[in-house]
Design a binder for this molecule. Structure first.
Ligand code: PGA
Length: 248
């Protein structure tokens, strides 16, 4: 069976000092978690958070990674740098990066390949915009995004990737996909993996839901058979709130 994974995406929030304080509060609240627990602070907070996380069950992730090993890419960080800084996970292709920073399915794929090659666990985000759902293109879109993101990975590598299904209209809006909607689309994503890499691989891939997931709705979502965890934005910024999701 797949081990659930709950990851906090702090986005552009917290100074290093605030980040350290948050994980210090979080660690005792989630020490008995039955799922994998990950926090993804802003890159500048990674050293401070790593120091506090030592010896705990909370793992460290980054919010983005560049695909090149090094070079003239002002403002970017390589997979090897993140790995050396103590990251085990990295979020790739979040809708905010697609919307505001020119991320494409092609660059999501390149970043995923670089992350996996460096030994990071990629958390690859896919999901439709509101108009795409309304016009009936959700399934085609998430299938394409998923297959493009994973292109070039081996079956074994794909099995280790985490996919986050985040309907863009549900991110930070308070709107959540219904449990059934989330389950259905995650089922479509799993079929998209199966079509290329086979059922065995698809059954191993963990697929999270993300979009206004919080203590009050986590139970219903996690009760769905296809949903293997959550990528949590707003509710990951307070230790108590995040622990309620983790301890679903
Ligand atoms: P949200 O963000 O939980 O604040 O909706 C989720 C995400 O963007 O990862």
């Amino acid at each position: 069976m797949r081990t659930p994974i709950i990851a906090g995406n702090w986005k552009m929030n917290k100074t290093p000092e605030e980040a350290a304080a948050l994980v210090k509060d979080l660690i005792p609240l989630v020490k008995d978690a039955k799922c994998d627990v990950v926090v993804c602070p802003p890159a500048i907070c990674i050293p401070a958070v790593k120091a506090v996380l030592a010896g705990s069950n909370v793992k460290l992730g980054a919010q983005n990674v560049h695909f090149a090993a090094n070079g003239a890419y002002t403002g970017e960080l390589s997979a090897a740098m993140l790995k050396a800084a103590g990251c085990e996970y990295v979020i790739i292709g979040h809708s905010e990066r697609r919307q505001y920073f020119g991320e494409t399915d092609k660059t999501v794929n390149q970043r995923t390949l670089a992350a996996v090659a460096a030994g990071l666990t990629a958390i690859v985000c896919v999901g439709e915009m509101q108009d795409e759902r309304e016009t009936g293109y959700t399934n085609i879109l998430v299938t394409y995004q998923t297959q493009m993101a994973l292109h070039g990975l081996t079956k074994e590598q794909v099995a280790e990737v985490v996919i986050a299904y985040e309907p863009v209209w549900a991110i930070g809006t308070g709107l959540t996909a219904t449990d059934e909607q989330a389950n259905e689309t995650i089922g479509v994503i799993r079929k998209a993996v199966a079509a290329v890499y086979g059922n065995d691989t698809a059954e191993k891939v963990r697929i999270q839901y993300g979009g206004s997931m919080k203590g009050s709705n986590v139970k219903g979502l996690m009760a769905q058979p296809e949903i293997d965890g959550g990528l949590i934005g707003g509710a990951s910024l307070k230790a108590q709130d995040f622990s309620e999701v983790v301890n679903f």
